[in-house]
Design a protein around this ligand. Structure first.
Ligand SMILES: Cc1cc2nc3c(=O)[nH]c(=O)nc-3n(C[C@H](O)[C@H](O)[C@H](O)COP(=O)(O)OP(=O)(O)OC[C@H]3O[C@@H](n4cnc5c(N)ncnc54)[C@H](O)[C@@H]3O)c2cc1C
Length: 53
């Protein structure tokens, strides 16, 4: 049962960087409702540039 104001998803992915977005690709193409949650702390956040760039 869904209460008023509630939203229902087929899948919830925690992490919206490379892995999370890749994981969302297949269900997204299958028209599933996917919620991606991200707290903005990717593992490389301490390194604003690398590989000489
Ligand atoms: C210092 C460093 C430098 C790098 N340099 C390069 C480079 O130059 N080129 C390259 O190709 N790769 C580089 N990498 C590797 C690349 O960053 C990783 O392979 C890639 O980011 C991994 O992606 P991921 O989605 O698995 O993890 P992440 O990119 O770390 O994403 C995980 C996401 O999940 C979120 N998250 C985690 N837990 C929660 C939670 N409980 N609730 C909500 N959100 C959550 C985080 O905020 C984050 O946005 C580097 C890595 C590091 C550590």
């Amino acid at each position: 049962m869904i209460m008023p104001g509630e939203k229902k998803f087929d899948m919830i992915i925690v992490g919206g960087s490379y892995s999370g977005l890749a994981a969302a690709t297949a269900p997204g193409r299958a028209l599933k409702k996917v919620l991606i949650i991200d707290d903005g702390k990717p593992c490389n956040r301490q390194t604003p540039c690398s590989a000489g760039k």
